[in-house]
Design a protein around this ligand. Structure first.
Ligand SMILES: *Cc1c(COP(=O)(O)O)cnc(C)c1O
Length: 394
């Protein structure tokens, strides 16, 4: 046998993990089956005794899902991956599978709304203490991790204000405290940031975002070492059933083939949009990791290879002005999804971040004039024209 070729990202997105049946199909097969059969009762017995390699039931494993998992593991540099039904199923399972009553969990405050709910509301119901810190405040992390902890959950860049957490420093502090580090890497994507290389132990994704990236299906993924996935995650996953549909896995697998092209082009558009917004007289401030004005630019660029597809900005004005601008968009659409080929605008204060209340929003820097833009694949000139005409109406 010859050594496997050392291939690069663009190649891996198209070839890694792919398997062919003996029918030699080119497009990946969609194994839309809930279960698998055994040629004999003895065969079934040996499969359940883990003595034979054979698919059993799609809640545990499915060949189309395996292709997605193996491709994601390759591009993230992880030993193992499990795909889940949604990003939240991935976060929930990754957090819950290894902690128990009496444990402490430390998290960055700027989390995706449902992740915040799991830490702040769900965990305490099971006797797990949760502590929030400001993601950019290393002293805050030091203080919170000066006591033993079981798990750290963080998001960088964060939603929607693109706060950056120092992944290397926080991972080191967490490990000293005895915690594993789980990073929600949705905003950066595996193309722009590799948390496992920076010290994290587990990476979670919403595959709904850039991996599908075309607004079709929900999905998620959990990546880590083979040992953690098999010993800690798999029993929880197999017995609680957050599994992805093979159909959705197949759609996401096809999405991965173009993800690098999409994320690259969308990130270029996002930077153009951010620079335009920053210079506009009706804009108070624009946030994008590669802008000179971005406070954490240096840290961002030390752990990310690009700025990503999201831009946040604050209008001079309040809710009325923000709504007027959003209602005036003719190309950009109002939606709370992100990482899509279509440019999408969200008003966090009245949608994704409504439930956390004004006090928590103020801590995160979200004002009533803040708009989050997920920049799509349209021609950047058309996006600038759309933003210009919308701002004219404010
Ligand atoms: C969307 C998102 C999630 C949740 O993913 P779903 O697929 O919607 O369940 C978690 N974290 C971040 C940062 C997200 O953007």
């Amino acid at each position: 046998m010859s050594e496997p070729l050392k291939t690069r990202l663009a190649t891996d997105l198209i070839h890694a993990g792919r398997i062919r049946t003996n029918l030699e199909e080119n497009g990946e097969a969609l194994f839309l089956t809930s279960g698998f059969t055994y040629e004999s009762a003895e065969m079934a017995e040996s499969v359940f005794a883990n003595q034979a390699d054979h698919y059993q039931y799609s809640r545990f494993a499915n060949p189309t899902v395996t292709m997605l998992q193996d491709c994601l593991a390759k591009i993230d540099g992880a030993e193992a991956c499990r795909a889940t039904a949604t990003g939240m199923a991935a976060v929930h399972a990754a957090v819950m599978c290894g902690i128990k009553a009496g444990d402490r969990v430390v998290a960055s405050r700027a989390l995706f709304g449902s992740c915040h709910w799991i830490i702040s509301t769900l965990l305490p119901q099971y006797g797990i203490e949760s502590v929030f810190v400001d993601g950019g405040d290393l002293e805050g992390w030091k203080a919170a991790l000066s006591q033993p902890a079981a798990l750290v959950l963080l998001e960088s860049p964060s939603n929607p204000m693109l706060d950056i957490v120092d992944l290397r420093a926080v991972s080191a502090l967490a490990h000293e405290a005895g915690a594993i580090v789980v990073v929600d890497n949705v905003f950066a994507t595996p193309l722009l940031q590799k948390p496992l290389e920076l010290g994290a132990d587990v990476v979670v994704y919403s595959a709904t975002k850039h991996m599908d990236g075309q607004g079709r299906v929900l999905g998620g993924a959990v990546l880590s070492s083979k040992k953690w996935i098999e010993e800690v995650f798999q029993p929880f996953f197999r017995n609680t059933g957050p599994s992805i549909s093979p159909f959705n896995a197949w759609v996401i697998l096809k999405g991965l083939e173009t993800m690098q092209l999409r994320v690259k082009a969308q990130s270029e558009n996002a930077e153009v949009v951010a620079r335009f917004l920053e210079g506009h007289p009706k804009i108070q401030r624009a946030l994008y990791p590669t802008l000179d004005s971005f406070k954490q630019r240096e840290l961002a660029m030390s752990q990310m290879s690009g700025g990503g597809t999201l831009v946040a900005f604050e209008l001079k004005g309040s809710k009325a002005e923000a709504f007027r601008m959003m209602n005036a968009f003719r190309i950009i659409t109002i939606s709370n999804n992100l990482g899509d080929t279509k440019s999408l605008a969200t008003h966090p204060a009245t949608t994704t971040h409504m439930k956390i209340g004004p006090g928590e929003r103020a801590k995160l820097g979200i004002t009533d004039g803040t708009i989050r833009l997920s920049v799509g694949l349209e021609d950047a000139r058309d996006l600038i024209e759309d933003l210009t005409q919308a701002l004219d109406q404010v």
